[in-house]
Design a binder for this molecule. Structure first.
Ligand SMILES: [Zn+2]
Length: 255
């Protein structure tokens, strides 16, 4: 939708005018906004690759959210799209691409986090805003100290950047941990609870080394693993599939 608008505007027209004209000229264009004929038309008008507008709506059961695209990638125009293999940073322009966009040149840790997202999380089909990503974000938000958040905001040069941006490095690290099959192997293998708590605590603290509050991130992650452990045992008993709503965590586990 936003591509059609931008291309039409660049040619001094509106998408509706262009579509009326092509219909008038006999091009079959159904009314639906998401129709294949419509995507085909705009791919053709924009001389785009056949892969354009074929981004998946879901990825392994998680919704690939439609979100604002990088303003600089779109030459200053507002555009929306689905970016399944991208975290919250346009690495090319060093911009945070959340609902409000920020220049993040001042904080190289965000660029490194984005690279980690693409290298580790994207191949595991983890998408932003999925339940497992949000869990990592919630845990990170509890662990990172106020002083660290303030310092990052100062480095960026903005008064009140969103917390999600400030804890992005820790969010990505924790998401990498809880979608790591070796980590889940240990967490889901039959063993005394105390042993599992100690393992999870040690792993979370290792990933968040340097943060005094790292232990605060353990609880939300442990709650999920504890519930999933019970469901894994239940599935063993009943011989069925593991119920893993809402996190879809078992797909990361090859146990
Ligand atoms: Zn960009």
């Amino acid at each position: 939708m936003s591509y059609a608008r931008r291309l039409a505007e660049a040619n001094g027209a509106t998408p509706a005018q262009i579509e009326r004209t092509v219909r008038y000229n006999g091009y079959p264009l159904p009314a639906g906004r998401e129709s294949e004929e419509r995507k085909q038309l705009w791919r053709h008008l924009g001389a785009l690759s056949p892969e354009a507008f074929t981004e998946p709506v879901t990825f392994e059961g998680d919704e690939v959210v439609a979100r604002p695209l990088c303003l600089r990638c779109c030459a200053g125009q507002v555009g929306r799209g689905r970016l399944p293999y991208t975290g919250w940073v346009c690495a090319r322009h060093r911009r945070w691409i959340g609902p409000v966009q920020f220049d993040v040149h001042g904080l190289p840790a965000l660029i490194a986090a984005e690279q980690r997202f693409r290298r580790v999380l994207a191949p595991r089909s983890v998408v932003v805003d999925s339940p497992v990503y949000r869990l990592a974000g919630q845990a990170a938000g509890q662990a990172v100290e106020r002083a660290c958040l303030d310092q990052r905001a100062q480095q960026l040069g903005f008064d009140a950047p969103p917390q999600e941006l400030l804890v992005y490095p820790e969010t990505v690290r924790l998401a990498c941990l809880i979608t790591d099959s070796r980590f889940l192997d240990v967490a889901f293998t039959r063993s005394p609870e105390q042993q599992r708590v100690e393992f999870v605590t040690a792993q979370v603290e290792r990933v968040l080394a340097g943060h005094e509050g790292s232990w605060l991130a353990v609880n939300p992650i442990w709650q999920m693993l504890h519930l999933m452990y019970a469901r894994v045992r239940d599935a063993e008993l009943r011989g069925g599939l593991v119920a893993d709503y809402p996190w879809g965590i078992t797909r990361f586990w090859r146990g």
